[in-house]
Design a protein around this ligand. Structure first.
Ligand SMILES: CC(C)(COP(=O)(O)OP(=O)(O)OC[C@H]1O[C@@H](n2cnc3c(N)ncnc32)[C@H](O)[C@@H]1OP(=O)(O)O)[C@@H](O)C(=O)NCCC(=O)NCCS
Length: 340
């Protein structure tokens, strides 16, 4: 899907009015993992860039993480919950398979005027959410859209499998979208979004059980089908190639060159993936904020949480060009180019 604005210059743009993030308090360090599986701090740090990750407490669910991030983002956007028209929760770990996590969040938030639904695009969920919300805001169907990436993958991994348990952490990130405010500079807003899917790659990263193909039974649990299953090497290769190509396409679409990008906000699955993408795009590493060392791969939360960190720190100046990108199971991926 290509949703740029070439030929649609009179369509009002949407803008990211507020951001928020939340990660549970409990920290699981690499040293903790050394006691659980046959791994080492050195291996995890070198191969992934991760030093620690957060793990939700029992009773703390995806909607609770999403709520904390949402409240922050709404505060920054000076938006009351009852002013929200649309809630999109990007998650592959909803509180319940039915109804949507967005329904639970809508109630907890008191956003009684919002319609709400979940997006299933794994680690690419927030970029999908941003692109969808952008359409609703542009067309005037929503004046305020709340997009949350929230995942609790520590409950979906096999803590005896060193291939996956060292990678993931729990968190939520949120963004509030609305029309570009008059105080923003000329030409600001979401300039383009591009979404992609290659469904031939479903087998390299998946949770095989628990859905309608393999409903939960004693047997599926015994076979551990309810846990994340991943071919790390294939995911790695695919991710680098896809993110580079997508970013080149986004830059070309807007008539930009890579050196015009001020900030890269990328989903962080592995620091080496991000570094390889930046190197191929010839974008200096200092333009990309990395926080995977503290949080691990937080799936759909990673990109909005990173955006919130640099936004709150005042690192993004008016007029800066922000290149956002994410990729996840599907394989699904996408980009957004944003003029702050
Ligand atoms: C998972 C990943 C870190 C593995 O790194 P890698 O350099 O590709 O490592 P390999 O898979 O080639 O494994 C190398 C060896 O380390 C071992 N290994 C795997 N996990 C390990 C761990 N936690 N500790 C120690 N050794 C480990 C493997 O068993 C393998 O051993 P072998 O050579 O004896 O078979 C990397 O492939 C990756 O990050 N892939 C992308 C994953 C991802 O992004 N997933 C989410 C997408 S949104």
């Amino acid at each position: 899907m290509n949703r740029g604005r070439k030929g649609f210059t009179d369509v009002p743009r949407s803008y990211i009015l507020g951001t928020g993030a939340y990660a549970p308090e409990t920290v699981v360090t690499n040293a903790d993992l050394e006691k659980m599986v046959n791994t080492s701090d050195a291996w995890i740090s070198e191969r992934t860039g991760i030093h620690e990750r957060r793990r939700a407490q029992p009773g703390e669910n995806t909607s609770d993480l999403a709520l904390r991030a949402s409240i922050q983002a709404l505060e920054m956007a000076h938006t009351r919950p009852d002013e929200v028209d649309l809630i999109l929760v990007a998650t592959v770990t909803p509180d319940t398979l039915m109804p949507a996590c967005a329904a639970t969040l809508q109630y907890k938030l008191g956003a009684k005027n919002a319609f709400a639904f979940d997006i299933s695009a794994a680690c690419a969920g927030s970029i999908y959410g941003l692109a969808i919300a952008d359409q609703f805001v542009q067309t005037g169907k929503a004046k305020r859209a709340l997009v949350i990436g929230a995942d609790l993958l520590t409950r979906m991994i096999d803590w005896t499998d060193r291939n996956t348990c060292v990678l993931f952490g729990d968190a939520a990130g949120a963004m509030v979208l609305g029309p570009v405010p008059p105080s923003s500079g000329k030409g600001s807003g979401i300039l383009s979004t591009h979404l992609y899917m290659d469904g031939s790659q479903t087998g390299i990263l998946l949770i095989p059980g628990g859905g309608s193909a393999h409903p939960p039974t004693e047997e599926t649990v015994k076979q551990k089908l309810h846990y994340v299953s991943m071919n790390g090497r294939e995911v790695y290769k695919f991710a680098v190639r896809a993110l580079v190509d997508a970013t080149v396409a986004a830059l070309e679409h807007n008539g930009f060159t890579a050196d015009q990008v001020d900030h890269v906000v990328a989903h962080q699955a592995n620091v080496r993936i991000v570094e390889a993408v930046l190197e191929r795009l010839k974008i200096p590493a200092r333009k990309c904020h990395i926080n995977i060392s503290k949080y691990g791969n937080t799936s759909s939360a990673s990109m909005p949480m990173t955006l919130d960190e640099i936004n709150r720190a005042g690192k993004i100046k008016k007029g800066d060009l922000v290149a956002m990108m994410a990729i996840g199971a599907g394989m699904a991926w996408g980009t957004a180019m944003v003029r702050w």
